[in-house]
Design a protein around this ligand. Sequence first.
Ligand SMILES: C[S@@+](CC[C@H](N)C(=O)[O-])C[C@H]1O[C@@H](n2cnc3c(N)ncnc32)[C@H](O)[C@@H]1O
Length: 240
Amino acid sequence: MVAGLQALPMPSFRQIFSGKKENPIYPRPLLLQDLWEAVARFSAEIRRSDFMREMFQRQAATGSTGMMGMMDCATLYGLARWQRPAVVVESGGYLGMSSAFILKALADEKLSDAKIYSIEMDPDCPHGALVPDEFRSQFVPLHGDVKELIRTDALPSKLDLFLHDSSHRYRHMLWEFRAFWPRLRDRGMLVSHDVHFNAAFPEFVAQTYAHDPRGLLDAERTRHYEWGRWGYVGFAVKKA
Ligand SMILES: C[S@@+](CC[C@H](N)C(=O)[O-])C[C@H]1O[C@@H](n2cnc3c(N)ncnc32)[C@H](O)[C@@H]1O
């Protein structure tokens, strides 16, 4: 036995994982354990689906690259199903792979009033070409630079989910996270593709933490409930 270990008031397994009791030693930002299990289940479900097979056949037929891969589309679908957003904004719509998987999640959750605003600045891009016809009524394509569009009233002022998938330059990613985070509602979700490209996502998340003078988590002042990374997709659930 390491000297002094017995004297430590160790939290029980139940205290740590049940979410029913506050751990006095290591407070946690929040209890969203259901997210992990649900997203894993939803993403496994979509990976086995005809929808996944058909979307990737259609993607291959375009001969284009630069769209989300299978695992990240499945994660995005799982996150959107767990969160059940009414208002989604995505930057970097391109041919619409990410849009299609968000729209599929909305359909599977029967959120027929929900909308996704998809931003694409390349005027030559067939924006959203891969979005299945049955989802078109919920797809709002917006043409322009996200930096310009955010200054207009084309974008909603309050959102449930923001997906970054435009330019993956460090400063641009950080700018988007900072620009759209204030628009997210309580429990709104910031999602970013390609978080491994640079330090923008971990740096942004780090800034949502607060600590007390002892270096312990200040759960009250911490501005997220949960965050994580699955493959190349990062997410943070906002605490307003
Ligand atoms: C990686 S692709 C997006 C892939 C798409 N999400 C998918 O899964 O099909 C990135 C897109 O972001 C667009 N883009 C880059 N910078 C942008 C900006 N500042 N505003 C809007 N769109 C931008 C590019 O034109 C490009 O089509």
